[in-house]
Design a protein around this ligand. Structure first.
Ligand code: NAD
Length: 506
Protein backbone atom coordinates (compact mmCIF):
# COMPACT_ATOMS: atom_id res chain seq x y z
CA UNK A 1 0.00 0.00 0.00
CA UNK A 2 1.28 3.52 -0.81
CA UNK A 3 1.94 5.56 2.27
CA UNK A 4 -0.43 8.41 1.32
CA UNK A 5 -2.90 9.35 -1.43
CA UNK A 6 -1.42 12.33 -3.30
CA UNK A 7 -2.99 14.42 -6.05
CA UNK A 8 -0.33 16.04 -8.27
CA UNK A 9 -0.69 19.41 -10.01
CA UNK A 10 -3.80 19.15 -12.20
CA UNK A 11 -2.81 21.89 -14.63
CA UNK A 12 -5.93 24.02 -14.03
CA UNK A 13 -5.31 27.52 -15.36
CA UNK A 14 -4.28 30.13 -12.78
CA UNK A 15 -5.07 33.72 -13.84
CA UNK A 16 -1.93 35.37 -15.19
CA UNK A 17 -2.93 38.83 -13.93
CA UNK A 18 -3.20 39.17 -10.16
CA UNK A 19 -6.47 40.27 -8.58
CA UNK A 20 -6.16 43.95 -7.64
CA UNK A 21 -7.67 44.79 -4.26
CA UNK A 22 -8.46 48.30 -3.07
CA UNK A 23 -10.08 49.75 0.03
CA UNK A 24 -13.80 50.53 -0.04
CA UNK A 25 -14.27 53.85 1.75
CA UNK A 26 -17.56 55.71 1.68
CA UNK A 27 -18.61 54.00 -1.54
CA UNK A 28 -15.35 54.61 -3.44
CA UNK A 29 -12.64 52.05 -4.30
CA UNK A 30 -9.30 53.62 -3.48
CA UNK A 31 -5.65 52.77 -3.04
CA UNK A 32 -3.77 53.52 0.17
CA UNK A 33 -3.03 57.16 0.95
CA UNK A 34 0.72 56.37 0.84
CA UNK A 35 0.44 54.09 -2.22
CA UNK A 36 1.62 50.99 -0.30
CA UNK A 37 0.62 47.52 -1.53
CA UNK A 38 1.20 43.90 -0.50
CA UNK A 39 1.08 40.67 -2.48
CA UNK A 40 -0.27 37.19 -1.88
CA UNK A 41 1.07 34.06 -3.57
CA UNK A 42 -0.82 30.78 -3.73
CA UNK A 43 0.38 28.62 -0.83
CA UNK A 44 -0.10 25.54 -3.04
CA UNK A 45 1.28 26.71 -6.36
CA UNK A 46 3.56 29.62 -5.52
CA UNK A 47 2.00 31.87 -8.21
CA UNK A 48 1.16 35.51 -7.55
CA UNK A 49 -2.60 35.68 -6.87
CA UNK A 50 -3.35 39.19 -5.66
CA UNK A 51 -1.91 42.65 -5.11
CA UNK A 52 -3.76 44.69 -2.50
CA UNK A 53 -3.66 48.18 -1.11
CA UNK A 54 -1.86 48.10 2.23
CA UNK A 55 -3.83 50.21 4.66
CA UNK A 56 -2.33 52.71 7.09
CA UNK A 57 -3.55 55.21 9.66
CA UNK A 58 -5.07 57.65 7.12
CA UNK A 59 -7.04 54.94 5.35
CA UNK A 60 -8.49 53.48 8.51
CA UNK A 61 -9.32 56.94 9.88
CA UNK A 62 -11.31 57.76 6.75
CA UNK A 63 -13.08 54.39 6.78
CA UNK A 64 -14.12 54.79 10.42
CA UNK A 65 -15.29 58.35 9.76
CA UNK A 66 -17.43 57.10 6.85
CA UNK A 67 -18.99 54.33 8.94
CA UNK A 68 -19.60 56.77 11.82
CA UNK A 69 -21.23 59.30 9.51
CA UNK A 70 -23.41 56.63 7.87
CA UNK A 71 -24.57 55.44 11.27
CA UNK A 72 -25.17 58.86 12.78
CA UNK A 73 -27.10 60.04 9.70
CA UNK A 74 -29.57 57.38 10.79
CA UNK A 75 -30.90 56.33 7.37
CA UNK A 76 -29.59 52.79 7.53
CA UNK A 77 -30.33 52.17 11.22
CA UNK A 78 -33.84 53.55 10.88
CA UNK A 79 -34.69 51.87 7.59
CA UNK A 80 -37.42 49.22 7.86
CA UNK A 81 -36.16 45.70 8.49
CA UNK A 82 -37.84 44.67 5.26
CA UNK A 83 -35.69 47.15 3.29
CA UNK A 84 -32.49 45.90 4.90
CA UNK A 85 -33.62 42.31 4.25
CA UNK A 86 -34.10 43.06 0.54
CA UNK A 87 -30.46 44.13 0.24
CA UNK A 88 -29.24 41.08 2.16
CA UNK A 89 -31.31 38.76 -0.05
CA UNK A 90 -30.04 40.44 -3.20
CA UNK A 91 -26.47 40.02 -1.90
CA UNK A 92 -27.13 36.30 -1.34
CA UNK A 93 -28.33 35.94 -4.94
CA UNK A 94 -25.23 37.77 -6.21
CA UNK A 95 -23.00 35.50 -4.11
CA UNK A 96 -24.63 32.49 -5.76
CA UNK A 97 -24.18 34.01 -9.22
CA UNK A 98 -20.49 34.69 -8.51
CA UNK A 99 -19.81 31.46 -6.63
CA UNK A 100 -17.18 30.06 -8.97
CA UNK A 101 -15.21 33.29 -9.21
CA UNK A 102 -15.17 33.67 -5.43
CA UNK A 103 -14.35 29.99 -4.83
CA UNK A 104 -11.36 29.98 -7.19
CA UNK A 105 -9.88 33.10 -5.59
CA UNK A 106 -10.52 31.69 -2.10
CA UNK A 107 -8.74 28.46 -3.06
CA UNK A 108 -5.80 30.28 -4.61
CA UNK A 109 -5.23 32.53 -1.59
CA UNK A 110 -5.95 30.02 1.19
CA UNK A 111 -4.86 26.69 -0.32
CA UNK A 112 -8.19 25.01 0.52
CA UNK A 113 -9.71 22.46 -1.93
CA UNK A 114 -11.95 23.94 -4.60
CA UNK A 115 -14.90 21.65 -3.80
CA UNK A 116 -14.75 22.80 -0.18
CA UNK A 117 -14.48 26.46 -1.21
CA UNK A 118 -17.60 26.10 -3.39
CA UNK A 119 -19.51 24.58 -0.47
CA UNK A 120 -18.38 27.39 1.84
CA UNK A 121 -19.53 30.09 -0.58
CA UNK A 122 -22.89 28.32 -0.89
CA UNK A 123 -23.09 28.16 2.92
CA UNK A 124 -22.20 31.85 3.13
CA UNK A 125 -25.09 32.79 0.80
CA UNK A 126 -27.39 30.85 3.12
CA UNK A 127 -26.17 32.96 6.07
CA UNK A 128 -27.07 36.17 4.20
CA UNK A 129 -30.57 34.76 3.64
CA UNK A 130 -30.92 33.69 7.26
CA UNK A 131 -29.83 37.14 8.47
CA UNK A 132 -32.40 38.71 6.11
CA UNK A 133 -35.08 36.74 7.92
CA UNK A 134 -33.79 38.06 11.25
CA UNK A 135 -33.89 41.65 9.96
CA UNK A 136 -37.62 41.26 9.33
CA UNK A 137 -38.50 39.47 12.56
CA UNK A 138 -36.38 41.58 14.90
CA UNK A 139 -38.45 42.91 17.80
CA UNK A 140 -38.26 43.90 21.42
CA UNK A 141 -40.63 43.30 24.28
CA UNK A 142 -43.48 45.01 26.02
CA UNK A 143 -44.49 45.01 29.70
CA UNK A 144 -48.19 45.52 30.20
CA UNK A 145 -48.33 44.56 33.86
CA UNK A 146 -46.38 47.34 35.55
CA UNK A 147 -49.62 48.92 36.81
CA UNK A 148 -52.65 50.54 35.15
CA UNK A 149 -50.79 53.79 34.45
CA UNK A 150 -47.48 52.38 33.14
CA UNK A 151 -46.38 50.72 29.96
CA UNK A 152 -42.85 49.37 29.57
CA UNK A 153 -41.15 48.76 26.24
CA UNK A 154 -37.82 47.06 25.59
CA UNK A 155 -36.41 48.33 22.32
CA UNK A 156 -33.65 46.59 20.40
CA UNK A 157 -31.31 49.08 18.75
CA UNK A 158 -28.17 48.65 16.66
CA UNK A 159 -24.92 48.88 18.64
CA UNK A 160 -23.56 51.43 16.16
CA UNK A 161 -20.29 51.30 14.24
CA UNK A 162 -18.73 47.84 14.36
CA UNK A 163 -15.19 46.77 13.45
CA UNK A 164 -15.15 43.28 11.95
CA UNK A 165 -11.76 41.54 11.83
CA UNK A 166 -11.43 38.12 10.22
CA UNK A 167 -8.80 35.35 9.85
CA UNK A 168 -7.45 33.51 6.79
CA UNK A 169 -8.84 30.04 7.29
CA UNK A 170 -12.47 30.66 6.21
CA UNK A 171 -12.36 34.21 4.81
CA UNK A 172 -15.70 34.41 3.02
CA UNK A 173 -17.64 32.22 5.42
CA UNK A 174 -16.49 34.03 8.55
CA UNK A 175 -17.24 37.52 7.26
CA UNK A 176 -20.66 36.09 6.38
CA UNK A 177 -21.09 34.97 9.99
CA UNK A 178 -20.69 38.59 11.06
CA UNK A 179 -21.54 41.19 8.44
CA UNK A 180 -25.11 40.22 7.44
CA UNK A 181 -26.05 39.97 11.12
CA UNK A 182 -24.54 43.39 11.85
CA UNK A 183 -26.36 44.87 8.85
CA UNK A 184 -29.63 43.16 9.78
CA UNK A 185 -29.34 44.83 13.19
CA UNK A 186 -28.85 48.25 11.53
CA UNK A 187 -25.15 48.69 12.30
CA UNK A 188 -22.57 50.17 9.96
CA UNK A 189 -19.18 48.51 9.61
CA UNK A 190 -15.49 48.70 8.95
CA UNK A 191 -14.15 45.35 7.78
CA UNK A 192 -10.59 44.02 7.72
CA UNK A 193 -9.88 40.61 6.18
CA UNK A 194 -6.63 38.79 6.88
CA UNK A 195 -3.57 39.97 4.97
CA UNK A 196 -3.26 36.35 3.71
CA UNK A 197 -6.72 36.26 2.11
CA UNK A 198 -7.97 39.78 1.33
CA UNK A 199 -9.54 39.33 -2.11
CA UNK A 200 -12.87 37.58 -1.61
CA UNK A 201 -13.88 40.21 0.94
CA UNK A 202 -13.22 42.81 -1.78
CA UNK A 203 -15.55 40.90 -4.11
CA UNK A 204 -18.16 40.87 -1.34
CA UNK A 205 -17.87 44.66 -1.14
CA UNK A 206 -18.48 44.90 -4.90
CA UNK A 207 -21.56 42.67 -4.58
CA UNK A 208 -22.93 44.76 -1.71
CA UNK A 209 -22.70 47.85 -3.89
CA UNK A 210 -24.52 46.06 -6.71
CA UNK A 211 -27.18 44.97 -4.22
CA UNK A 212 -27.86 48.64 -3.46
CA UNK A 213 -26.18 49.08 -0.08
CA UNK A 214 -25.85 52.82 0.61
CA UNK A 215 -22.35 54.33 0.57
CA UNK A 216 -20.47 54.30 3.86
CA UNK A 217 -22.54 51.53 5.48
CA UNK A 218 -19.80 48.97 4.82
CA UNK A 219 -16.19 50.06 4.47
CA UNK A 220 -13.30 47.67 3.83
CA UNK A 221 -9.67 48.36 4.67
CA UNK A 222 -7.02 45.85 3.57
CA UNK A 223 -3.77 45.31 5.38
CA UNK A 224 -2.11 43.97 8.49
CA UNK A 225 -3.15 43.69 12.12
CA UNK A 226 -0.62 46.37 12.87
CA UNK A 227 -1.65 49.11 12.21
CA UNK A 228 -5.08 48.50 10.61
CA UNK A 229 -6.62 45.98 13.05
CA UNK A 230 -5.21 47.74 16.09
CA UNK A 231 -6.59 51.13 15.00
CA UNK A 232 -10.00 49.58 14.31
CA UNK A 233 -9.97 48.33 17.90
CA UNK A 234 -8.80 51.43 19.73
CA UNK A 235 -10.72 54.20 17.95
CA UNK A 236 -13.39 55.82 20.12
CA UNK A 237 -15.70 56.32 17.12
CA UNK A 238 -16.12 52.52 16.97
CA UNK A 239 -18.77 51.05 19.30
CA UNK A 240 -17.96 47.36 19.04
CA UNK A 241 -15.30 44.96 17.79
CA UNK A 242 -16.21 41.53 16.51
CA UNK A 243 -13.05 39.48 16.04
CA UNK A 244 -12.32 35.97 14.85
CA UNK A 245 -8.73 34.81 15.11
CA UNK A 246 -6.13 33.52 17.53
CA UNK A 247 -6.49 33.68 21.30
CA UNK A 248 -3.22 35.65 21.53
CA UNK A 249 -4.53 38.45 19.28
CA UNK A 250 -7.96 38.22 20.95
CA UNK A 251 -6.32 39.09 24.27
CA UNK A 252 -4.52 42.04 22.65
CA UNK A 253 -7.83 43.26 21.26
CA UNK A 254 -9.44 43.16 24.69
CA UNK A 255 -6.56 45.21 26.09
CA UNK A 256 -6.80 47.81 23.31
CA UNK A 257 -10.60 48.00 23.41
CA UNK A 258 -10.57 48.52 27.18
CA UNK A 259 -9.35 52.08 26.64
CA UNK A 260 -12.73 53.08 25.23
CA UNK A 261 -14.77 50.35 26.96
CA UNK A 262 -16.29 49.15 23.70
CA UNK A 263 -18.21 45.93 23.38
CA UNK A 264 -16.00 43.03 22.25
CA UNK A 265 -17.08 39.74 20.76
CA UNK A 266 -14.39 37.09 20.27
CA UNK A 267 -14.32 33.82 18.32
CA UNK A 268 -10.93 32.32 19.14
CA UNK A 269 -8.97 29.10 19.01
CA UNK A 270 -9.86 25.57 20.06
CA UNK A 271 -8.29 22.29 21.17
CA UNK A 272 -11.36 20.21 20.64
CA UNK A 273 -11.64 16.74 22.17
CA UNK A 274 -13.66 13.79 20.89
CA UNK A 275 -14.24 11.07 23.49
CA UNK A 276 -14.84 7.57 22.16
CA UNK A 277 -16.51 5.03 24.44
CA UNK A 278 -16.13 1.29 23.77
CA UNK A 279 -19.77 0.84 22.70
CA UNK A 280 -19.41 3.42 19.89
CA UNK A 281 -19.81 2.65 16.20
CA UNK A 282 -16.05 2.65 15.65
CA UNK A 283 -16.27 2.73 11.88
CA UNK A 284 -18.43 5.86 11.92
CA UNK A 285 -16.21 7.43 14.59
CA UNK A 286 -13.01 6.72 12.61
CA UNK A 287 -14.42 8.40 9.52
CA UNK A 288 -15.56 11.47 11.47
CA UNK A 289 -12.24 11.69 13.32
CA UNK A 290 -10.33 11.66 10.03
CA UNK A 291 -12.68 14.32 8.63
CA UNK A 292 -12.41 16.39 11.82
CA UNK A 293 -8.63 16.49 11.89
CA UNK A 294 -7.80 16.88 8.18
CA UNK A 295 -10.64 19.19 7.10
CA UNK A 296 -9.08 22.49 5.92
CA UNK A 297 -5.67 20.84 6.54
CA UNK A 298 -6.43 21.06 10.26
CA UNK A 299 -6.31 24.86 10.02
CA UNK A 300 -9.71 25.07 11.61
CA UNK A 301 -10.85 26.39 14.99
CA UNK A 302 -13.11 23.31 15.21
CA UNK A 303 -10.36 20.88 14.30
CA UNK A 304 -10.94 17.61 16.16
CA UNK A 305 -7.25 17.63 16.94
CA UNK A 306 -7.27 15.31 19.95
CA UNK A 307 -9.17 12.14 20.62
CA UNK A 308 -9.61 10.57 24.03
CA UNK A 309 -10.25 6.86 23.45
CA UNK A 310 -11.30 4.17 25.91
CA UNK A 311 -8.30 1.87 26.52
CA UNK A 312 -10.26 -1.22 25.39
CA UNK A 313 -10.68 0.10 21.84
CA UNK A 314 -7.70 2.46 21.49
CA UNK A 315 -5.55 0.00 19.48
CA UNK A 316 -8.35 -0.99 17.09
CA UNK A 317 -9.53 2.57 16.53
CA UNK A 318 -6.01 3.90 15.97
CA UNK A 319 -5.42 1.26 13.28
CA UNK A 320 -8.69 2.20 11.58
CA UNK A 321 -7.74 5.91 11.64
CA UNK A 322 -4.24 5.24 10.28
CA UNK A 323 -5.75 3.16 7.50
CA UNK A 324 -8.36 5.80 6.61
CA UNK A 325 -5.76 8.59 6.76
CA UNK A 326 -3.69 6.95 4.00
CA UNK A 327 -6.72 7.13 1.70
CA UNK A 328 -7.46 10.87 2.12
CA UNK A 329 -6.42 12.71 -1.08
CA UNK A 330 -3.88 15.44 -0.24
CA UNK A 331 -2.63 17.67 -3.04
CA UNK A 332 -3.55 20.24 -5.68
CA UNK A 333 -6.48 22.23 -4.24
CA UNK A 334 -7.67 23.05 -7.77
CA UNK A 335 -8.29 19.35 -8.50
CA UNK A 336 -11.86 18.46 -7.51
CA UNK A 337 -10.67 15.08 -6.15
CA UNK A 338 -8.51 16.76 -3.49
CA UNK A 339 -9.83 16.79 0.07
CA UNK A 340 -6.82 18.42 1.78
CA UNK A 341 -4.81 21.26 0.25
CA UNK A 342 -1.82 23.38 1.21
CA UNK A 343 -0.60 24.85 4.50
CA UNK A 344 -1.09 28.62 4.62
CA UNK A 345 2.61 29.63 4.87
CA UNK A 346 6.10 28.21 5.30
CA UNK A 347 6.26 29.70 8.83
CA UNK A 348 3.09 27.92 9.79
CA UNK A 349 4.37 24.65 8.32
CA UNK A 350 7.47 24.98 10.53
CA UNK A 351 5.27 25.57 13.60
CA UNK A 352 3.31 22.37 12.91
CA UNK A 353 6.51 20.36 12.48
CA UNK A 354 7.88 21.73 15.77
CA UNK A 355 4.82 20.52 17.71
CA UNK A 356 5.29 16.97 16.37
CA UNK A 357 9.03 17.01 17.05
CA UNK A 358 8.54 18.26 20.62
CA UNK A 359 5.92 15.56 21.29
CA UNK A 360 8.33 12.87 20.09
CA UNK A 361 11.07 14.26 22.31
CA UNK A 362 8.63 14.17 25.22
CA UNK A 363 7.98 10.44 24.61
CA UNK A 364 5.04 10.30 22.18
CA UNK A 365 5.12 8.08 19.05
CA UNK A 366 4.36 9.13 15.47
CA UNK A 367 2.08 6.40 14.10
CA UNK A 368 1.75 8.09 10.71
CA UNK A 369 3.21 11.06 8.84
CA UNK A 370 4.92 13.70 10.91
CA UNK A 371 6.64 15.35 7.96
CA UNK A 372 6.24 17.74 5.07
CA UNK A 373 4.75 16.34 1.86
CA UNK A 374 6.20 16.97 -1.55
CA UNK A 375 3.54 16.98 -4.28
CA UNK A 376 4.48 16.60 -7.95
CA UNK A 377 4.28 19.87 -9.87
CA UNK A 378 3.41 22.04 -6.83
CA UNK A 379 5.85 24.56 -5.38
CA UNK A 380 3.88 25.27 -2.18
CA UNK A 381 3.91 23.67 1.26
CA UNK A 382 1.93 20.58 2.30
CA UNK A 383 1.94 18.53 5.50
CA UNK A 384 1.38 14.79 5.71
CA UNK A 385 -1.61 13.39 7.62
CA UNK A 386 -0.11 12.81 11.05
CA UNK A 387 -1.18 10.66 14.00
CA UNK A 388 0.66 10.93 17.29
CA UNK A 389 -0.02 8.25 19.91
CA UNK A 390 1.09 7.93 23.52
CA UNK A 391 0.24 11.60 24.09
CA UNK A 392 -0.03 12.61 27.75
CA UNK A 393 -1.92 15.66 29.08
CA UNK A 394 1.28 17.50 30.03
CA UNK A 395 2.51 17.67 26.39
CA UNK A 396 1.97 20.90 24.43
CA UNK A 397 0.46 18.89 21.56
CA UNK A 398 -2.33 17.78 23.93
CA UNK A 399 -3.42 21.24 25.00
CA UNK A 400 -2.25 23.80 22.40
CA UNK A 401 -3.71 24.56 19.00
CA UNK A 402 -1.42 22.92 16.39
CA UNK A 403 -3.57 24.14 13.48
CA UNK A 404 -2.37 21.45 11.12
CA UNK A 405 -3.34 17.91 10.00
CA UNK A 406 -2.09 16.39 13.26
CA UNK A 407 -4.12 14.14 15.57
CA UNK A 408 -3.17 13.48 19.19
CA UNK A 409 -4.38 10.22 20.72
CA UNK A 410 -4.95 10.03 24.49
CA UNK A 411 -6.67 7.23 26.41
CA UNK A 412 -9.05 6.89 29.40
CA UNK A 413 -10.81 4.27 31.50
CA UNK A 414 -13.68 6.05 33.29
CA UNK A 415 -16.12 8.86 32.44
CA UNK A 416 -14.54 11.01 35.17
CA UNK A 417 -11.10 10.61 33.57
CA UNK A 418 -12.52 11.40 30.12
CA UNK A 419 -14.15 14.59 31.39
CA UNK A 420 -10.99 15.63 33.22
CA UNK A 421 -8.91 15.18 30.07
CA UNK A 422 -11.50 16.84 27.83
CA UNK A 423 -11.64 19.89 30.10
CA UNK A 424 -7.88 20.05 30.68
CA UNK A 425 -7.09 22.52 27.85
CA UNK A 426 -7.52 26.25 28.36
CA UNK A 427 -9.82 26.30 25.31
CA UNK A 428 -13.53 25.46 25.25
CA UNK A 429 -14.79 25.78 21.69
CA UNK A 430 -16.27 22.39 20.78
CA UNK A 431 -16.26 18.77 21.91
CA UNK A 432 -17.65 15.43 20.77
CA UNK A 433 -18.73 12.11 22.24
CA UNK A 434 -19.16 8.73 20.55
CA UNK A 435 -21.38 6.14 22.26
CA UNK A 436 -24.56 4.20 21.44
CA UNK A 437 -25.81 4.93 24.98
CA UNK A 438 -27.83 8.16 25.09
CA UNK A 439 -27.15 8.50 28.84
CA UNK A 440 -23.40 8.50 28.20
CA UNK A 441 -23.83 11.15 25.48
CA UNK A 442 -26.01 13.31 27.71
CA UNK A 443 -23.73 13.06 30.74
CA UNK A 444 -20.72 14.02 28.63
CA UNK A 445 -22.59 16.87 26.92
CA UNK A 446 -23.56 18.35 30.28
CA UNK A 447 -20.16 17.99 31.96
CA UNK A 448 -17.82 19.08 29.16
CA UNK A 449 -16.92 22.78 29.03
CA UNK A 450 -17.45 23.78 25.40
CA UNK A 451 -19.64 26.10 23.34
CA UNK A 452 -20.74 23.27 21.01
CA UNK A 453 -21.07 19.53 21.63
CA UNK A 454 -21.53 16.96 18.88
CA UNK A 455 -22.76 13.50 19.76
CA UNK A 456 -22.04 10.69 17.25
CA UNK A 457 -21.09 13.24 14.63
CA UNK A 458 -18.54 16.02 14.09
CA UNK A 459 -18.70 19.57 12.79
CA UNK A 460 -22.26 19.71 11.54
CA UNK A 461 -23.31 23.36 11.42
CA UNK A 462 -26.51 25.27 10.82
CA UNK A 463 -27.32 28.95 10.41
CA UNK A 464 -29.97 28.42 13.10
CA UNK A 465 -27.55 27.07 15.75
CA UNK A 466 -25.47 29.51 17.82
CA UNK A 467 -21.70 29.11 17.68
CA UNK A 468 -18.96 30.33 20.00
CA UNK A 469 -16.64 29.32 22.78
CA UNK A 470 -16.16 29.32 26.54
CA UNK A 471 -12.92 29.77 28.50
CA UNK A 472 -10.13 31.02 26.21
CA UNK A 473 -12.08 30.17 23.06
CA UNK A 474 -13.88 33.47 23.24
CA UNK A 475 -16.93 35.39 24.35
CA UNK A 476 -20.22 36.08 22.62
CA UNK A 477 -22.04 34.00 20.03
CA UNK A 478 -22.50 34.05 16.27
CA UNK A 479 -25.28 32.51 14.17
CA UNK A 480 -28.81 31.71 15.23
CA UNK A 481 -30.87 34.41 16.89
CA UNK A 482 -27.90 35.07 19.19
CA UNK A 483 -25.96 36.16 16.10
CA UNK A 484 -28.05 39.31 15.73
CA UNK A 485 -28.38 39.93 19.49
CA UNK A 486 -24.59 40.50 19.60
CA UNK A 487 -25.07 43.59 17.42
CA UNK A 488 -28.00 45.01 19.41
CA UNK A 489 -28.32 47.21 22.45
CA UNK A 490 -31.32 47.02 24.74
CA UNK A 491 -33.17 50.19 25.65
CA UNK A 492 -35.90 50.37 28.30
CA UNK A 493 -38.68 52.85 27.63
CA UNK A 494 -41.07 53.46 30.54
CA UNK A 495 -44.20 55.41 29.70
CA UNK A 496 -46.67 56.87 32.13
CA UNK A 497 -50.25 56.90 30.93
CA UNK A 498 -52.03 60.03 32.08
CA UNK A 499 -50.90 62.52 34.73
CA UNK A 500 -50.55 59.92 37.48
CA UNK A 501 -46.99 60.49 38.65
CA UNK A 502 -46.94 61.23 42.38
CA UNK A 503 -45.25 64.61 42.94
CA UNK A 504 -41.88 64.52 44.71
CA UNK A 505 -42.08 68.10 45.89
CA UNK A 506 -45.39 68.69 47.54
P1 NAD B 1 -4.72 35.98 13.84
O1 NAD B 1 -5.20 36.21 15.22
O2 NAD B 1 -3.27 35.96 13.59
O3 NAD B 1 -5.33 37.07 12.84
C1 NAD B 1 -6.71 37.29 12.72
C2 NAD B 1 -6.96 38.69 12.20
O4 NAD B 1 -6.53 39.63 13.18
C3 NAD B 1 -6.22 39.04 10.92
O5 NAD B 1 -7.05 39.83 10.10
C4 NAD B 1 -5.04 39.85 11.44
O6 NAD B 1 -4.51 40.75 10.49
C5 NAD B 1 -5.68 40.60 12.58
N1 NAD B 1 -4.77 41.10 13.62
C6 NAD B 1 -3.51 40.69 13.90
N2 NAD B 1 -3.01 41.41 14.93
C7 NAD B 1 -3.97 42.29 15.30
C8 NAD B 1 -4.06 43.30 16.30
N3 NAD B 1 -3.07 43.54 17.15
N4 NAD B 1 -5.20 44.00 16.42
C9 NAD B 1 -6.25 43.75 15.60
N5 NAD B 1 -6.22 42.83 14.60
C10 NAD B 1 -5.09 42.10 14.47
O7 NAD B 1 -5.42 34.62 13.38
P2 NAD B 1 -5.23 33.83 12.03
O8 NAD B 1 -3.87 33.19 12.05
O9 NAD B 1 -5.62 34.70 10.89
O10 NAD B 1 -6.37 32.71 12.18
C11 NAD B 1 -6.19 31.53 12.88
C12 NAD B 1 -6.78 31.62 14.27
O11 NAD B 1 -8.16 31.97 14.18
C13 NAD B 1 -6.75 30.29 14.99
O12 NAD B 1 -6.38 30.49 16.32
C14 NAD B 1 -8.19 29.81 14.90
O13 NAD B 1 -8.58 28.90 15.89
C15 NAD B 1 -8.94 31.09 14.98
N6 NAD B 1 -10.29 30.94 14.42
C16 NAD B 1 -11.36 30.90 15.27
C17 NAD B 1 -12.65 30.70 14.77
C18 NAD B 1 -13.85 30.66 15.69
O14 NAD B 1 -14.96 30.83 15.17
N7 NAD B 1 -13.69 30.46 16.98
C19 NAD B 1 -12.82 30.56 13.40
C20 NAD B 1 -11.72 30.61 12.57
C21 NAD B 1 -10.45 30.81 13.09
Amino acid sequence: MTEFTLIPACGAAIPTDPFIGQHLIDGAWVGSADGAVFERHSPAHGDLVSRSARGGGDDIARAIAAARHAFDAGDWAASPGAARARILLKTADLIDENRERIAVLETLESGKPITQARAEIEGAADLWRYAAALARTLHGDSHNSLGPDMLGMVLKEPVGVVSLITPWNFPFLIISQKLPFALAAGCTAVVKPSEMTPSTTVILGQLLQRAGLPDGVVNIVLGYGDPVGALMTGDDRVDMVSFTGSTAVGKQIVRTATGTLKKVSLELGGKNPQVIFPDADLEAAADAIVFGVYFNAGECCNSGSRIIVHEDVAGTLTEMIVDASRKVPFGDPLDPRTKVGAIISPDHQAKIAAYVRDAETAGAQVALGGKALSIDGLAGQFHAPTIVTGVTPDMAIATEEVFGPVLSVLTFRTMDQAILLANSASYGLSAGVWSRDVHTCLEFSRRVRAGTVWTNTWMDGFAEMPFGGVKQSGQGRELGRYGIEEFLEVKSVQMRIGDTRPRWVA
